[in-house]
Design a protein around this ligand. Structure first.
Ligand code: GLP
Length: 293
C-alpha cells in the first residue's frame, strides 16, 4: 500500500514537472531516449562538446548542469582544448553541480566542488561565483537543499545537464529506491557506491562519507536537455536497464524515459547489453547532421 502510493505520487509529480517542450520529440523526430553508440569515449566527448559548443554559441550565458566522476572528464578535457583553441567560450556560463558529499572539510580534494574547480572552472575561465553546488558543509542541511532548488530556479533552470551513471543505475546520488519525483535532499550512500568511489579517497571506502546532498530525480528532469554518458562494460547492464527496462525507482536513471529530450551517449562496450543496439545505430546513422543531439 505504502509502496503503491509512493510510486503513484512520483509519476504525478513527473508529469507536472515535465518542461513545456512536449512537442520537441515530434518536431525533432527523436526517440524518447535517443541512444548514440560510438566507438570510444573520445568520440562521445567530441559529440557532447559539439552540443555544448552549439548551445553556448546561441546563448553565451547558458546554464550548464555539471556532473562529477570519471565519466564526464573527457568532455571537460575536450571543452578545455576547444576553449584554448578559441573555438568556444564558456567564460560567461553558469553552472550547477549535481551533488556533494556531506561533512568533508572545505577544499577537500575529493569534494565535488574541488573537482569542478580543478576540471572545469579554472581551465575554462568560468566565474567561480556563477558555479554553485549543494552546500554539504551547511549547519542546516535541509535549508541548504531548499536554497539550492531556489538558486537553480532563479537562474531559469538548467539548459543542458550532463550525467554519469552509477553501476547500480543511480544518477547524481539518487540511489535505487529514490523517488522519481524527488527534489534536492540528504541521501545515504549504498555500500556499493562508497566502494565504487573509494578510489577518490585513497582506496579507503570507510573514508567516503555516508551522507550526501543530491539534486533529486525530479530536479534533474527539469533540465531542458539531459545528456547521460557511460563508458565501459561495467556500465552495460545499467545502461540496458535505463533505456530498455521498466521505469522504476529501483533504477533512478530509468526516469529519463519520461523526459522529452534525453540523450544517452555510450561507447561500444557500454552498449553491449542493449537489445535494440542495431536499431539505435541505424537511427543515428540516418539522422540528419544538422539535428545534433
Ligand atoms: C558518483 C556520482 C555520479 C556519477 C557516478 C559514476 O556516484 N555522484 O554523478 O555518475 O559516481 O561515477 P563514474 O563516472 O566515476 O563512473
Amino acid at each position: 500500500m505504502t509502496l503503491g502510493f509512493g510510486v503513484a505520487s512520483s509519476v504525478v509529480v513527473i508529469i507536472l514537472a515535465a518542461p513545456a517542450r512536449t512537442t520537441d520529440p515530434i518536431t525533432r523526430n527523436i526517440l524518447p531516449v535517443e541512444v548514440v553508440i560510438l566507438p570510444d569515449a573520445r568520440d562521445g566527448a567530441r559529440l557532447v562538446a559539439d552540443a555544448i559548443t552549439a548551445l553556448v554559441a546561441d546563448r553565451p550565458d547558458a546554464v550548464l548542469g555539471l556532473a562529477t566522476g570519471s565519466t564526464p572528464e573527457p568532455v571537460y578535457q575536450e571543452l578545455v582544448r576547444r576553449q584554448q583553441a578559441g573555438a568556444v567560450d564558456l567564460s560567461a556560463t553558469t553552472g550547477f553541480l549535481l551533488d556533494e558529499y556531506v561533512g568533508l572539510r572545505p577544499g577537500h580534494p575529493a569534494s565535488y566542488r574541488a573537482v569542478i574547480d580543478r576540471q572545469v572552472i579554472a581551465p575554462l575561465g568560468m566565474t567561480a561565483d556563477r558555479v554553485s553546488g549543494p552546500d554539504g558543509g551547511a549547519a542546516d542541511l535541509q535549508a541548504a537543499c531548499r536554497d539550492y532548488e531556489r538558486r537553480i530556479a532563479a537562474a531559469g533552470g538548467v539548459d543542458l545537464q550532463l550525467l554519469g551513471l552509477g553501476a547500480d543505475g543511480h544518477i547524481g546520488f539518487n540511489e535505487p529506491s529514490s523517488s522519481l519525483g524527488s527534489r534536492t535532499r540528504l541521501k545515504t550512500l549504498t555500500e556499493r557506491t562508497r566502494h565504487d568511489n573509494a578510489r577518490f579517497f585513497d582506496g579507503d571506502a570507510a573514508a567516503v562519507p555516508q551522507h550526501v546532498l543530491t539534486q533529486g530525480v525530479g530536479t534533474i528532469l527539469e533540465a531542458s536537455h539531459i545528456v547521460l554518458l557511460a563508458w565501459g562494460e561495467a556500465k552495460a547492464e545499467a545502461v540496458a536497464r535505463l533505456v530498455e527496462g521498466p521505469i522504476t525507482a529501483m533504477v533512478p536513471a530509468s526516469a529519463l524515459q519520461l523526459h522529452p529530450h534525453a540523450t544517452v551517449v555510450v561507447d561500444t562496450p557500454a552498449a553491449s547489453a542493449l537489445a535494440l543496439r542495431d536499431y539505435y545505430e541505424a537511427v543515428f546513422a540516418a539522422k540528419p547532421g544538422w539535428q545534433g543531439i
